[in-house]
Design a protein around this ligand. Sequence first.
Ligand code: FA5
Ligand code: MG
Length: 381
Amino acid sequence: RFPIVSAVDIGGVTVARNDVVRDDDPTNNVPDSIFSKLGMQLHRRDKHPIGIIKNAIYDYFESTYAKKFETFEDLSPIVTTKQNFDDVLVPADHVSRSLNDTYYVDSQTVLRCHTSAHQAELLREGHRRFLVTGDVYRRDSIDSTHYPVFHQMEGFCVFSPEDWNESGKDSTLYAAEDLKKCLEGLARHLFGAVEMRWVDTYFPFTEPSFELEIYFKEDWLEVLGCGVTEQRILKQSGLENNVAWAFGLGLERLAMVLFDIPDIRLFWSDDERFTSQFGKGELGVKFKPFSKYPPCYKDISFWISESFTENNFCEVVRGIAGDLVEEVKLIDSFTNKKGMTSHCYRIVFRSMERSLTDEEVNDLQSKVRDEVQRKLNVELR
Ligand code: FA5
Ligand code: MG
């Protein structure tokens, strides 16, 4: 049913590409724009901001801890639903499992949506302190800090009773304090003095759970999630007498702060005016934007149907405009007397490399209108 037109090699595993993503196939929602990013491994390029920040984080762990953290950076991003969800206790009805949020290759295989997908297998293999870096994939909204493919680094550290006994603290508190100290130290190592704050949150795999936010461009930017690992996860690997902490860093977000990169799309640019600004091991660089090209705003309004979701809409726009779309924002929503709901979205088109012509933008917008109507079962207004 899916004619194979090409394939990528990921860590020695060849993954075939389907040349059509069928709108009516409930078990494959990976579009070509996403498929083409598989195997790019930006985190393994020493002169790319993502590779530079990864190396700087490795340096921090090496210089701070006597006990080594093992590093993994070429685990395949194509994982089972068991790895991505079950192994880290994501409930069966959790939204992150839906086709609206996650890219499915088939009903039991996904593009990992976080590097936490590898925690359990590495523990089972006997690893106790490790860092896992890789590309992760999510259906998401569109703006300057969200992209459907990005990079995470997972950190994991298991402690034994002798570690917390002499502190006189309860094991969970001991791990939580060690975790925060580790990540605050990392932030200082990368950024020097920076405004940051901890926010309490929820993850199925940690308790307590926290997010770290950094003040960037007049707003708080979430850069990582972390917490003390649920005991059930440790038990699966025979570690019932231990405690552990874990974190997941958003490498693009950290690199945006470090290098002053204003838009997440830039990480995928091969424009020399971007790539030439970064060098191996160079942490002091501040990105100098090429002159900023003008944005072009287009609004689109439609009556939505029950199955409408913003992620689906964003994917249609991204599929047509690629990296020429900067932001998609809901600017108006109302329900009429008949119970029909209308949404108005403002799409911001802007190239980071050149000025767009009116003709080009009108053409993109008209394609968006056609495709939205055809694929999303909405009624244009
Ligand atoms: C997670 O992915 C958890 N697995 C992190 C974790 C690991 C928690 C271990 C506890 C223990 P979250 O969905 O918040 O959490 O994503 C982590 C980070 O990824 C975010 O803080 C953000 O920096 C980054 N991120 C999330 N979505 C995007 C996106 N669409 N584009 C770019 N970066 C993103
Ligand atoms: Mg989060």
